[in-house]
Design a protein. Sequence first.
Length: 144
Amino acid sequence: MKKYELTTETKDYFGKTLYRICALTSFGFIKAGELGGWIEKEENLAQEGDAWVSDSARVFDNARVYGNAWVFDDAQVSSNAEVFGNARVYGNAQVYGTAWVSGNARVFGNAEVLGEARVFGTAWACDTAWVCGNARVSSKVRVR
């Protein structure tokens, strides 16, 4: 059973058509009928688990959000990036390239995670941090 659907409400974002999502069932903290954020296609957000995109957040290209991960506020996940586990990406944060954010990691503020970087465990990337290249940031690390 599907947990959300793409609505007919769209917006153009740098030449891509993004669709607002709407919850079809209640799960986690989300109630049936609640509007979410913006995705380009269903492959961007898993129908399983409690993963969600809300507020003005955007997920597009081949990026994926799954598990119990949340992307919210004005955050963006794009390219081939993945956000999964119980990870949170929020504020004005961006995750792109082939980067991963997983576990209980948090990426927020104006932080960027890009390239082949990985932020995982209980790590935080925040403020104006850039985590890039082949960087690995794991448990109990705070990058600002």
